[in-house]
Design a protein around this ligand. Structure first.
Ligand SMILES: Cc1cc2nc3c(=O)[nH]c(=O)nc-3n(C[C@H](O)[C@H](O)[C@H](O)COP(=O)(O)O)c2cc1C
Length: 310
């Protein structure tokens, strides 16, 4: 059965948001990317990124890095501390800061190293499954997802997620569905199709055109975590979720905020929830005003007041 996962999203997909996605039908979540090196050095903030709620099951913990030895060590520490259901390796991050260290999508330039990293991590965390998330390639002249996917599979990857864009493309359209189909044809492990899934229609297109086994949604879930049940209803005929507006939307936002407060404390949760709230209210009447006022709110009480007024 096709599963719909929530994508790893650094700075956005924290434990509270991931939990909300699970409540709305996600079939699994992945942590924000976590530095293997910082983990090995025992960085406290890094380890905090690995925490999860019980509702986040199955929970994949994503690591990034470039040195097989350190990746393996970091993965083992995280596997023991956080008890994830799988370890995912980031080979898609396009951000300069990461790529200049040879990490994230830069790994796609080095298929031999991809093999080495996956093999070492797989060995280190056995019997936990290890999965890999890649892009279509570095740029339009080096679309090598098939080669990288085969090396990852040879190293022991039990599932591959393909975001159908190059590193140079960052998040610009279009998503290359052909390359996802080619990866699916080339490997024997399950393939997760990712990129621009925002509706039943785009989900179906991804499934039909690529033959992928599962789907992953990132930005489509921002302010719309019910997208998982929405798409399931369209694909499998399950019950359509009601799309919250007015009072119901207020309750949704508050539930999310309270969860964040319980996990991070009020101050940090309010700061980090500003963007989340802006996504929830996007498109509703007075959204710009709400955004502006929420940005200066510093307590739960103030947020509630602003939302109630509107
Ligand atoms: C703000 C943001 C943070 C992201 N962080 C990560 C990350 O930590 N690890 C990762 O593998 N991909 C990360 N991604 C990429 C997403 O997981 C996903 O592959 C990409 O957004 C395409 O899917 P979408 O069109 O459904 O958003 C991030 C994307 C965004 C927009």
């Amino acid at each position: 059965m096709t599963k719909i996962f929530f994508a790893p999203m650094a700075g956005v997909g924290d434990s509270a948001f991931r939990t909300v996605c699970m409540r709305h039908g996600a079939d699994g979540v992945t942590s924000e990317m976590i530095s293997a090196k910082a983990t090995v050095f025992g960085d406290k903030k890094t380890l905090e990124l690995a925490s999860r709620t019980n509702e986040e099951t199955p929970f994949a913990l994503q690591i990034f890095g470039s040195e097989p030895e350190i990746m393996a060590k970091g993965a083992k520490i995280l596997a023991e501390k956080a008890r994830p259901d799988s370890i995912d390796i980031n080979m898609g991050c396009p951000v300069n800061k990461i790529v200049k260290n040879g990490e994230g999508s830069a790994l796609m330039k080095r298929p031999e190293l991809v093999y080495e990293i996956v093999a070492r991590v797989t060995e280190a965390v056995y019997p936990l499954p290890v999965t890999v998330k890649i892009r279509s390639g570095i740029d339009e002249n080096s679309i090598n997802a098939v080669e990288v996917a085969l090396m990852a599979e040879k190293g022991g990857a039990s599932m591959l997620t393909v975001h159908g864009r190059t590193r140079s493309q960052l998040y610009a359209p279009p998503v290359n569905l052909d390359i996802i189909r080619e990866v699916k044809r080339a490997v024997s492990c399950p393939v997760v199709g990712n990129g621009d899934i925002v509706s039943g229609e785009t989900a179906l297109k991804m499934l039909k055109e690529t033959g992928c086994d599962h789907l992953m949604i990132g930005r489509g879930a921002l302010g719309r975590p019910w997208i998982f049940n929405e798409i399931k209803a369209e694909l499998f005929g399950t019950e359509k979720p009601s799309i919250p507006t007015g009072e119901e939307l207020f309750e949704e936002i508050l539930t999310h905020l309270d969860l964040a407060i319980s996990l991070k404390g009020e101050r940090q949760a309010i700061m980090e929830s500003r963007a989340q709230i802006a996504w929830y209210v996007k498109g509703t009447k007075g959204a710009a005003k709400i955004r502006q006022r929420i940005n200066s709110a510093s307590s739960r009480e103030q947020v509630v007041e602003i939302l109630k007024e509107i």
